[in-house]
Design a protein around this ligand. Structure first.
Ligand SMILES: [Zn+2]
Ligand SMILES: [Zn+2]
Length: 105
């Protein structure tokens, strides 16, 4: 066993995801994680930390901080389609998520 160790750090790791997701700034409406606390998911009886925030938290964050480029609502106002509420499965327009990410960067 004299082989030199290879440097195999994946490029994705080096480029790095931000250490703290901007959505962590808001409380999670899904799993009730407090601000600055990672989302959790239940595996059996144990709470397990999620790598990424719950989708509902991403939606809550985007709604709280970003103007929606699609339906033109201001921060704090939920998205709508021509005045009709968006479905729970997709409450926020896709471009609003992008807008929220750019604000944080
Ligand atoms: Zn959550
Ligand atoms: Zn919208």
């Amino acid at each position: 066993m004299t082989q030199p160790r290879q440097a195999t750090m994946p490029a994705a790791l080096r480029q790095g995801r931000p250490p703290r997701h901007p959505a962590l700034g808001v409380r999670c409406p899904h799993c009730a994680a407090a601000p600055d606390t990672r989302c959790t998911t239940r595996a059996g009886r144990t709470r397990v930390q999620r790598l990424d925030p719950c989708p509902a938290r991403l939606a809550a964050h985007a709604t709280a901080v970003a103007v929606c480029p699609t339906c033109q609502v201001t921060p704090g106002t939920p998205c709508h389609d021509d005045g009709i509420q968006r479905p729970d499965s997709s409450p926020v327009h896709h471009r609003r998520y992008q807008e929220a990410q750019e604000d944080a960067a």
